[in-house]
Design a protein around this ligand. Structure first.
Ligand SMILES: [Zn+2]
Length: 302
């Protein structure tokens, strides 16, 4: 959904609240504390609908946004919806400064919104279990974007394993989903932990390069190794899909003049995974909102 469509469909706070109530409760609102259906809207004070409900059984009051990505927010929901549309449509990165300008927010608020939405995306990516032919690989990301004509940039930059950039490990299904995350260090242990947590080992075949840390998988699951010293593709033996994802990730990461902090990078990697996994979906905006209402990300709510 583009910005004009969001503004047409959700012109005010009330239309946003009604949409979320429809998605979360499908026409039958229930108490979020005791699941009772004996609830009624609380009286509003005339400043427009706040969307607070009261439960006659347990006497609690709550809003449709409780426990979701929008939990406790004082910012208009329309701005949240616009931020989600901007973030899911962004080909490159979206900084909090840019979002602040676009939505007339202060930078701190824009940063908060972006972080919450990215945490929601991270939650969805983290709940995926990959299956089938899985390509796994690692890469490095980070540092400032290169500026031309600076002496230090003419020095050859260190590349590959052994650099000071942040290590990222990823696994991808052919024609399917990707899961990638920033890890502390690349080792046999961290690679094993990652693959075991995101891949259905019994039902999958792993494709990797000849990096020694992958040798341990020979006894764990079906595993094919492509020796990049010799050739890059041998029948269906290749790691082109994960390498394609790395190139998308880096293009987006370095495509903005913003400087990315180390703390920011892990959520950013999850965001790119989320957008990649929904690349064929025209309704990625609605999907994010709907999923966040149906399966609230409790861990992300502080
Ligand atoms: Zn109740």
């Amino acid at each position: 959904m583009n910005l004009i469509e969001v503004m047409d469909r959700f012109p005010d706070q009330e239309s946003c609240i009604e949409h979320l109530e429809r998605v979360r409760w499908a026409g039958t609102p229930v108490c979020l504390h005791c699941s009772s259906k004996h609830i009624k809207p609380k009286k509003e004070d005339g400043v427009g609908r706040v969307g607070r409900w009261h439960c006659k059984d347990c006497n609690a009051s709550f809003k449709v946004t409780s426990g979701t990505v929008f939990h406790g927010t004082k910012i208009e929901l329309q701005k949240w919806f616009l931020a989600i549309a901007l973030l899911t449509n962004a080909k490159k990165s979206l900084s909090s400064c840019q979002l602040a300008r676009d939505l007339d927010l202060n930078q701190k608020t824009a940063w908060y919104i972006l972080t919450r939405i990215r945490a929601e995306m991270a939650h969805k990516v983290n709940s995926i279990l990959l299956q089938g032919i899985i390509e796994a690989d690692e890469t490095f990301i980070g540092g400032k974007p290169r500026k031309e004509n600076k002496k230090e940039d003419r020095e050859p930059a260190p590349r590959g394993r052994g650099t000071s950039k942040l290590p990222v490990i990823g696994a991808v299904e052919r024609d399917g989903n990707v899961v990638a995350k920033v890890i502390d260090t690349i080792s046999g242990r961290t690679i094993l932990d990652f693959i075991q947590s995101v891949v259905n080992i019994k039902e999958s075949k792993l494709m990797t390069d000849e990096f020694p840390a992958y040798r341990q998988f020979a006894t764990q699951m079906r595993h094919e190794v492509i020796n990049h010293q010799e050739q890059y593709v041998e029948g269906d033996k290749h790691t082109n899909t994960i390498e394609g994802f790395w190139s998308l990730l880096k293009k987006a990461f370095y495509g903005s003049h913003h400087h990315y902090s180390v703390e920011y990078t892990p959520l950013y990697v999850f965001q790119r995974c989320y957008v990649y996994n929904n690349r064929h979906l025209e309704t990625i905006f609605s999907k994010l909102i709907n999923n966040s209402m149906i399966l609230p990300n409790k861990e992300a709510i502080v």
